[in-house]
Design a protein around this ligand. Structure first.
Ligand code: AMP
Ligand code: MG
Length: 335
């Protein structure tokens, strides 16, 4: 049992566990499929099926609450998508054995609620490219009230205790409750341990992380910042919000999402940030945008007023922001 009393957090943990059963079942099937690398359909199936399951569970447990998920059913409604919908329904039946294709469409669309007042946000498969490579991805789920993240769960099927990569799972669940803390458990048990960020403060000790997709991270600019700050360790490459769980556990210290060189107007989506933000903050870490501004979750689907992100163990945050400002001022960056 998690050592706090919160019906919402209990619910979020059980919903993410069920969603992970679905994504991991798709992933196991994927491992046995001979397919072209470009075929994205397995992750599409996992995405839709996991969103349908979480939306259906939320409708049962908190029927008044809105859900803002990444997916909508629009692309599944035409006759050309019948096969895909059938496949999605097959995986939803792992959790809801009597589900029909019609139920699945309705559940997915229940996940397109308005992000206002009290609502939940879900990225059913965060890190789709990681999922397809058999590497890190996360089921990311959070409750927001009036722009504040109240409860969050990151289900990371390939992140084992101690931050090690686990090929076969079951992975870990990292959970946070606002004002109370962050905890981690193996996904197949209920034994929670407190998450706490590292105490590293010296550049030589800093272990940075980076998105595998270099364009997300704006990797070349990020490396300039690391050099400026005196960070010499090679960054660990990891997809998805698993990075937040990793830093919350003290296994890494710092990562950035700098706005992409070619799309400086790009803003993160709320489901890509809110769950990880609470897990890191409640473990003693810090998250701001790349100018040092507080995150503002009151602008609908995107973090419209927050360019980029800096995520750290807290101690090194100001120094990382300073290095970033210096690099920008000296026009070493191209953004
Ligand atoms: P990552 O941490 O690189 O696996 O990315 C996490 C999430 O952020 C994914 O859902 C991406 O789609 C999204 N994301 C982050 N940065 C970008 C970007 N520059 N362009 C498009 N998507 C991005
Ligand atoms: Mg995502």
């Amino acid at each position: 049992m998690i050592p706090v009393q919160s019906p919402e957090l209990e619910f979020a943990l059980s919903a993410v566990r069920q969603a992970m059963k679905v994504t991991m079942a798709v992933s196991r099937q994927l491992a046995h499929m001979e397919q072209a690398k470009e075929d994205r359909s397995p992750v599409t199936v996992a995405d839709y099926a996991a969103q349908a399951v979480v939306a259906a569970l939320l409708a049962e447990r908190f029927p008044q609450d809105a859900l803002l998920g990444e997916e909508s059913s629009a692309a599944l409604r035409g006759p050309e998508s019948a096969g895909l919908l059938e496949k999605i329904t097959e995986f939803v039946r792992l959790i809801f054995p009597k589900a029909s294709a019609k139920d699945v469409l309705a559940w997915i669309d229940r996940g397109r609620g308005k992000p206002e007042g009290r609502f939940w946000t879900l990225d059913p498969v965060d890190g789709t490219k990681g999922f397809l490579r058999g590497e890190h991805y996360a089921v990311a789920f959070a409750l927001l009230e009036e722009g504040k993240v109240k409860a969050a769960v990151l289900g990371c099927p390939h992140l084992g205790p101690g931050g090690v990569f686990e090929k076969e799972g079951p992975g870990t669940l990292s959970a946070a409750l606002q004002g109370a803390g962050s905890w981690v458990t193996r996904a197949d048990s209920g034994h929670f341990q407190r998450l706490k960020v590292s105490a590293h403060s010296q550049p030589c000790d800093i272990q940075a992380l980076r998105s595998v997709e270099a364009s997300h991270a704006n990797a070349s600019n990020m490396e300039t910042v690391f050099r400026r700050y005196g960070i010499h360790k090679t960054p660990i490459l990891m997809d998805s919000q698993a990075k937040y769980a990793f830093v919350a556990g003290g296994f890494g210290d710092l990562f950035f999402y700098l706005t992409p060189v070619k799309r400086p107007e790009y803003r993160m989506k709320i489901w890509d940030v809110a769950p990880g933000a609470l897990v890191i903050q409640e473990a003693g870490g810090r998250i701001t945008d790349m100018r040092g501004g507080a995150l503002d979750f009151t602008h609908g689907e995107t973090l419209a007023v927050n360019p980029g992100l800096v995520i750290s163990n807290g101690r090194i945050h100001e120094m990382a922001l300073k290095a970033l400002r210096e690099v920008q001022a000296s026009r070493e960056t191209i953004t």
